[in-house]
Design a protein around this ligand. Structure first.
Ligand code: ADP
Length: 201
């Protein structure tokens, strides 16, 4: 997709600065369809399933995922736990619990950053080389999308600086999420305004 290439190009500047060949790519779509080593679930503290991306992952993975999650016994906010992917194309699911947005002065930024770091720590431990993230906390948990995407990209860039062979996907389930990642990258809008005017009848 053209937009991905633009984002990719921009991120390659980060790679140039860090001298690192790891990649970060923006991807529109449903995370449950991705054939990567691991997808990340924006779970709740119980790890027993919920709505949003959590519900989508559980329904695509099948009941065995819930069974394994039940055996884990929950997860504190900012931490992560790993399970198998069962019927998903991804081999692993890394479940992390993002902070609920409470105005921004309750450590939300740090907790969100901890989520990404915890996921990357598990990825390292399990030899995971390709990993896809939804915009953690930016749905039902109410974290402002632009702010969440800035934190996500900062942590992703910091990880690929260390693990040069990693492929990280920032999965956007909405145009809003895509736009926020673009804003974080300071990319121009997807279709330049002048050109969109010219092409209208
Ligand atoms: P949280 O409770 O952490 O906010 P949500 O699941 O409500 O978690 O939302 C987190 C992000 O995941 C939101 O940006 C939402 O649009 C996105 N999302 C929801 N379903 C999917 C999916 N199937 N694939 C990728 N992203 C998804």
């Amino acid at each position: 997709m053209c937009l991905s290439q633009v984002a990719y190009l921009q991120l390659s500047r980060i790679r140039l600065i860090t001298m690192c060949p790891g990649t970060i790519a923006l991807k529109m779509g449903d995370i449950t369809a991705l054939k990567v080593d691991a997808i990340v679930n924006a779970a709740n503290n119980s790890l027993l399933g919920g709505g949003g991306v959590d519900g989508a992952i559980h329904s695509a993975a099948g009941p065995e995922l819930l069974e394994e999650c039940r055996s884990i016994g929950g997860c504190p906010t900012g931490e992560a736990r790993i399970t198998r992917g069962y019927r998903l194309p991804a081999h692993w699911v890394i479940h992390t619990v993002g902070p609920i947005w409470r105005g921004g002065s309750h450590g939300e930024d740090d907790l969100l950053a901890c989520c990404y770091r915890s996921c990357f720590a598990l990825a390292e431990q399990h030899g995971i080389k390709s990993i896809a993230f939804p915009a953690i906390s930016a749905g039902a948990y109410g974290f402002p999308m632009d702010r969440a995407c800035r934190i996500a990209l900062r942590e992703m860039a910091s990880f690929i600086e260390k693990d040069c062979s990693a492929e990280v996907f920032a999965v956007c389930f909405s145009q809003r999420a895509y736009q926020s990642y673009q804003n974080a990258l300071n990319l121009p809008p997807a279709i330049p305004r002048d050109r969109s005017r010219q092409s209208s009848p």
